[in-house]
Design a protein around this ligand. Structure first.
Ligand SMILES: Nc1ncnc2c1ncn2[C@@H]1O[C@H](COP(=O)(O)OP(=O)(O)OP(=O)(O)O)[C@@H](O)[C@H]1O
Length: 323
């Protein structure tokens, strides 16, 4: 070999930091911890940066950490997927958002703990969801208005997670416009046939790592290759506007809830386009194709992580009316 100059070394470890997520007071701590643990830090300046930084770093980086909330994690995973580097790049979560739902689900309990997990934690390969080519890790929710999404308060998000958006949508719209939808779920590997639901819905909620109803925990099985689909039928409007507790509406016995588990589905609006929130980021479309890619994302998890915290308890409980 000649004596060519070696190129500047690309970092094995990159941390993408959103300085405005959560209460916005994490930057100094995150920067110091990242330096201690050998990360190159890239701080976002505007929306879109997190995905771009992750896409640029992914071909060389073994590990990319997302410091921010669920939206920042979503962007980082989309960046890694966009670089076609999911098989070679591990993602880590440094919780610095408002709700930090995903971090909690994978057993990451704070900034310092996140770095302990990075050094000593297990790696798991979890499912990811894709909606019209965009990746989501937690959930995809249709029927939330963009206004309700931007106006939902930090306190409400911290308390209710994505249901805060649902609540705010219901509260900001006195009269609720339901969505005329057709939801078609694919056959399941266990032989269950493909099925279609057609009707007026208030919301349709799809969980990969987040559960909306009908089980003890708020976390879906995240390594089963299935999405959990919850359709809230229009007949529930009266209850919601009447102030019925969301927990009641989403409860096991509710008659206005349709539940499915499926590897893929299509949601078609029979009228205008519908606003969907993918881990909190908005997407508006008439037709949405969703699928899971099983075990596609390698992620650093804490000691409390369980792929299925309900230990295999059956979800959903389907009513005869669903058949
Ligand atoms: N430097 C920045 N200035 C303004 N907005 C930014 C910046 N960096 C990222 N964003 C925006 O921040 C949003 C992501 O925030 P994120 O979801 O991570 O935090 P959060 O809303 O506080 O937490 P959570 O989602 O857990 O409730 C994205 O919509 C992105 O466009």
């Amino acid at each position: 070999m000649g004596c060519s100059m070696s190129p500047p070394e690309a970092s094995d470890r990159v941390l993408v930091c959103n300085p405005v997520s959560g209460s916005g007071d994490h930057v100094d701590d995150v920067t110091a911890l990242a330096a201690d643990h050998g990360f190159e830090v890239r701080t976002t300046e505007q929306g879109g940066d997190a995905k771009r930084f992750a896409r640029e770093a992914a071909p060389e980086a073994d590990l990319i950490a997302a410091a921010g909330g669920d939206g920042t994690l979503n962007a980082v995973v989309n960046g890694v997927a966009g670089a076609d580097a999911l098989e070679t790049t591990t993602v880590a979560v440094v919780p610095a958002g408002t709700g930090n739902n995903f971090a909690t689900n994978i057993g990451v309990q704070g900034l310092e703990h996140a770095f302990t997990v990075i050094e000593d934690g297990r790696r798991r390969e979890i499912d990811i969801g894709t909606a019209n080519g965009r990746v989501f890790v937690n959930s995809c929710v249709g029927g939330i208005t963009a206004e309700a999404s931007s106006e939902t308060t930090t306190e409400s998000k911290a308390e209710l997670g994505v249901l805060a958006y649902v609540k705010n949508t219901v509260e900001t719209l006195g009269e609720f416009d339901s969505l005329p939808l057709r939801v078609e779920t694919a056959p399941r590997p266990n032989g269950e046939r493909a099925r279609a639901w057609e009707g007026e819905a208030l919301f349709v909620l799809i969980g990969n790592c987040r559960r909306f109803t009908g089980a003890r925990t708020a976390q879906a099985h995240v390594e089963d290759g299935l999405l959990e689909v919850t359709i809230v039928e229009d007949a529930a409007t009266a209850n919601l506007v009447g102030g019925a507790a969301l927990e009641g509406l989403f409860g096991q016995e509710s008659t206005h809830i349709v539940r499915r588990r499926t590897p893929s589905l299509a949601i078609e609006s029979r009228e205008e386009s519908v606003a969907y929130s993918l881990d909190g980021e908005m997407l508006e479309t008439e037709t949405l194709h969703l699928e899971t890619t099983p075990n596609a994302l390698e992620i650093a998890v804490g000691e409390d992580y369980r792929a299925d915290p309900d230990d295999g308890e059956l979800w959903p409980l389907e009513t005869p009316a669903d058949q």
